[in-house]
Design a protein around this ligand. Structure first.
Ligand code: ADP
Ligand code: MG
Length: 351
């Protein structure tokens, strides 16, 4: 029934606003892991390890050996919009770090229980602090610590009953978390990553720092993937149409899989680009119909001002200037690479 009187408009409680916003930034356990690992990368870490319990709903723990967090910053660490990475809106145009909003840690404290242990260079001991709803619960306690930061998120979505239920009913996020870490590991090859279930002896992702991308792919995705890859590159220096550089690895005609794997980094950000993925799938279907579910790793570099990183709260999607032109160029370089490999195979078969 439509009420006769207009309903009264009320201002929502700040805590309600914050919890709603937090649920958008942290959609599921894997989104929390992504934010934490990106913070570790931003902190200059060379080793990052992730431990997960109950698909991330009970526990997510990310430990790094990065620069740590200053003792005096701990009180505001998990407030909304506190960041060391951005100060002016204009900085967004040239931002190099993954983070910039100062929202991730805050969000986690609105939908879970966050404990931070950190030590900075030259200190004899570290500090540990716990947070809820953006607030530090007590003075940081001195504690033993090894270099870097460890962040623990417990009981994710304890206060969002519907979210917790849907997550508990679906398959847990652990495979998604393993997939995420695998992607990071083959891009940031100078960092070693590990990912395991809580209490498990064996890690499901275990990469060691290397200088060879192909070695990293072999280590993470296995020999059978790595031996069927070829390098690819493309670039364009024409500022009137587009400026970009792409390099990566794509699978050849011997690679067979049930579904496409597309690992895409644009300016070192792990992103999705449906249009590019489809464009590549089309080329494979037309050129290598028997190997039409490829493995693709691509890293695209563009001038910062050509990428808008701020279109989505999870930063999963970015929008690019001249996207069509870039996709066309990449598509044609993939196509010529696949044709070459087809021709050399036919040639080998004939001789
Ligand atoms: P953002 O990454 O957008 O700045 P976050 O909420 O993710 O926002 O983190 C807030 C701040 O906390 C960061 O700007 C950074 O200074 C600090 N921080 C978070 N995680 C780490 C970490 N693992 N090592 C060092 N500093 C960290
Ligand atoms: Mg961050």
């Amino acid at each position: 029934p439509i009420p006769k009187e207009p309903p009264k408009i009320k201002r929502l409680d700040e805590s309600v606003v914050n919890r709603i916003a937090a649920g958008e930034v942290i959609q599921r356990p894997v989104s929390a892991v992504k934010e934490l690992v990106e913070n570790s990368l931003d902190a200059g870490s060379t080793s990052i390890s992730v431990t997960v319990k109950d698909g991330g709903l009970k526990l997510i723990q990310v430990s790094d050996d990065g620069h740590g967090i200053r003792h005096e910053d701990l009180p505001i660490l998990c407030e909304r919009h506190t960041t060391s990475k951005l100060s002016q809106f204009e900085d967004l145009q040239s931002i190099q770090s993954m983070g910039f909003r100062g929202e991730a840690l805050a969000s986690m404290t609105y939908v879970g229980h966050v404990t931070v242990t950190t030590i900075t260079k030259g200190q004899l001991h570290g500090y540990r602090a716990t947070y809820r709803d953006g607030v530090m619960e007590h003075e940081p306690r001195a504690c033993a610590a090894v270099k870097g930061t460890q962040i623990m998120v417990e009981n994710l979505f304890y206060n969002m009953i519907a979210r917790r239920k849907t997550l508990q009913n679906s398959a847990d996020d652990y495979p998604k978390i393993v997939d995420l870490l695998s992607r990071f590991a083959i891009h940031h090859i100078n960092v070693s990553f590990s990912c395991r279930k809580h209490g498990a002896a064996r890690a499901d992702v275990h990469s060691v720092a290397t200088s060879s991308r192909l070695d990293a792919i072999r280590c993470v995705y296995g020999v059978s993937v790595a031996r069927n890859l070829m390098t690819i590159e493309a670039s364009d220096n024409d500022p009137s149409s587009s400026v970009f550089k792409m390099e990566g690895f794509i699978s050849n005609s011997n690679y067979a899989a049930k579904k496409i794997t597309m690992v895409l980094f644009i300016n070192d950000r792990l992103v999705e680009c449906g249009a590019l993925k489809r464009a590549i799938e089309i080329v494979y279907a037309a050129t290598l119909p028997k190997a039409s579910k490829p493995f693709i790793y691509m890293s695209i570099l563009l001038p910062c001002e050509h990428v808008d990183v701020n279109v989505h709260p999870t930063k999963r999607e970015v929008s690019l200037l001249n996207q069509e032109i870039i996709i066309e160029k990449i598509q044609s370089s993939v196509e010529s690479r696949l044709r070459n490999c087809n021709e050399s195979r036919i040639f080998q078969e004939q001789t």
